[in-house]
Design a protein around this ligand. Structure first.
Ligand SMILES: Cc1cc2nc3c(=O)[nH]c(=O)nc-3n(C[C@H](O)[C@H](O)[C@H](O)COP(=O)(O)OP(=O)(O)OC[C@H]3O[C@@H](n4cnc5c(N)ncnc54)[C@H](O)[C@@H]3O)c2cc1C
Length: 444
């Protein structure tokens, strides 16, 4: 094929995702369009699609990687229905920048806007409104998927529906999402009316979630090093779009962390001090404020490369969900275990999930999810294995998009629809083409 060699020039480099762990040598192919993707698929061996590398672990890592960030074109927008058709490498950041001034916003958005539409579908991401709005896939009308044999099919809830269900949350293991039609929601402001409420312990944290279950957006930051009578204390935040008609949005400016912090900077004392100061940043038990969309949904994006504060050895995020009836006891046990270990987490974010969807590997089930960041260190994986046991005993599961270490037994028990997924993956012959470090580790 003319130009074949040029087209397939891949760049071998050390690649990592957001946790900076692991770092692997990968051959990365920067794909410019659908033709190139097809030719690459047909002529190369195994590969794994990659968006913006904001997953924490090894789901977007492999020996060969196809990077889709150049598939970044908007195709059409219907300003009556709010249906946006775009390529899969478009960043949520660009959608917000272009459409918020026109009064449109994502229906489901994660805690960073620096991810692609393809990555949002492949992880079937959730936001602060899962209890009301479900996962990203509930607003996906359809997408085009490039399969291992180079053919392209359209998948929707009522068209190739099994493949749709396997691809939403399927971590890039069914094929390459080329473009998608997603539904945006109409909003009245670039501002959010936010209320922050302090809770003193886990029971009052749960009471707050119960009391505000009908609010569209809620999240709690938990002080993971508090203990005894303060165990599970939090800052609970809820909010909704203001009605001030102010759509004058421009993205917030970001600070930058220019280098990796030395190892000694982050230790139990600094985490404890941070947690103490953060919890006490509000003096009253309740404050109301008007904040920008960026401050409410994407506070971490305010600091570029914040992952470098964990040093060169990297970090991992442990995110699990526990079914509602087991959430309180399970979370209590996990927080006690973390406190005893002395390995606190800066970031300990608790959210409420609504009903589980039908997708084979989507993470959320009805209950509570906690996400904790830990620096990679000699003892950390042992601690996480102990936490796994608690999660399993509560019939919970771990989020694939954050995972870098779970074993197959944990995975199989957590994801009871796995066999259906594996069947589809085999039928599509995707198991011989789309392979990540994670899929090898989990025997997917
Ligand atoms: C600060 C921060 C906050 C976050 N908050 C949340 C949150 O609140 N909720 C949540 O759910 N997640 C959250 N995440 C995780 C993030 O949203 C997901 O990992 C998302 O998938 C990353 O998208 P990406 O474009 O960077 O994809 P990558 O990290 O590059 O890839 C992620 C997965 O998607 C697959 N993939 C990517 N593009 C395609 C494609 N075109 N076709 C097929 N497969 C593809 C990859 O193979 C891989 O398995 C957060 C991450 C960060 C860094």
């Amino acid at each position: 094929m003319p130009g074949y060699l040029n087209i397939h020039e891949s760049d071998t480099r050390n690649l990592t995702s957001w946790g900076n762990y692991p770092v692997v040598e990968s051959s990365v192919f920067m794909c410019n369009d659908e033709q190139e993707a097809r030719s690459y698929i047909l002529n190369e061996g195994t590969t794994i699609p990659r968006g913006n590398g904001r997953s924490y672990g090894d789901s977007a890592l492999g020996k060969n990687v196809i990077n889709l960030l150049q598939l970044n074109k908007f195709i059409s927008f219907d300003d009556q229905s709010g249906i946006l058709h775009c390529e899969s490498g478009v960043l949520l950041e660009d959608i917000v920048r272009i459409f918020l001034p026109q009064g449109w916003f994502l229906r489901v958005t994660p805690g960073t806007k620096l991810i692609t539409v393809g990555g949002a579908i492949a992880s079937d991401i959730h936001g602060k409104n899962h209890h009301q709005a479900g996962c990203f896939s509930s607003n996906v009308l359809d997408f085009r998927l490039l399969l291992s044999d180079g053919t392209c099919i359209t998948c929707a809830p009522d068209q190739n529906s099994e493949i749709f269900r396997a691809t939403c949350g399927g971590m890039g293991l069914t094929g390459i999402i080329l473009d998608s039609r997603i539904k945006l929601q109409q909003v009245t402001s670039r501002n959010i009316l936010q209320q922050t409420i302090k809770s003193e312990n886990l029971q009052s944290t749960f009471d707050l979630f119960d009391k505000h279950e009908l609010e569209p957006y809620s999240v709690a930051w938990i002080d993971s090093l508090a203990s005894e009578k303060n165990l599970g204390r939090c800052l609970f935040m809820k909010g909704d779009f203001a009605c001030d008609g102010n759509l004058n949005y421009s993205p917030s400016k970001s600070l930058n962390i220019p280098f990796y912090f030395p190892v000694f900077c982050l230790n139990t004392m600094s985490v404890k001090a941070f947690n103490y100061l953060y919890y006490n940043k509000i003096r009253d038990n309740f404050i109301e404020s008007t904040v920008s969309v960026d401050a409410f949904f994407y506070p971490l994006d305010a600091v570029n490369n914040w992952n470098r504060i964990y040093g060169r050895q990297g970090f991992t995020q442990y995110q699990f969900v526990l079914p509602k009836e087991k959430s309180f006891d399970g979370l209590r046990e996990i927080l006690i275990r973390i406190h005893r270990s002395g390995q606190g987490s800066f970031l300990a974010v608790l959210k409420l999930f609504g009903k589980e969807n039908e997708n084979y590997l989507s993470f959320p089930c009805e209950g509570y999810t906690l996400a904790l960041d830990f620096k990679v260190s000699p003892g950390i994986f042992r601690l996480l294995e102990e936490l796994d046991k608690i999660v399993l005993s509560c019939n919970g599961r771990i989020y694939l998009s954050k995972d870098v270490r779970m074993n197959t037994a944990m995975f199989r028990k957590g994801y009871e629809k796995l066999d259906g997924f594996l069947k589809i993956r085999k039928e599509l012959r995707a198991d011989a083409k789309f392979i990540s470090l994670q899929s090898i580790r989990l025997q997917l």
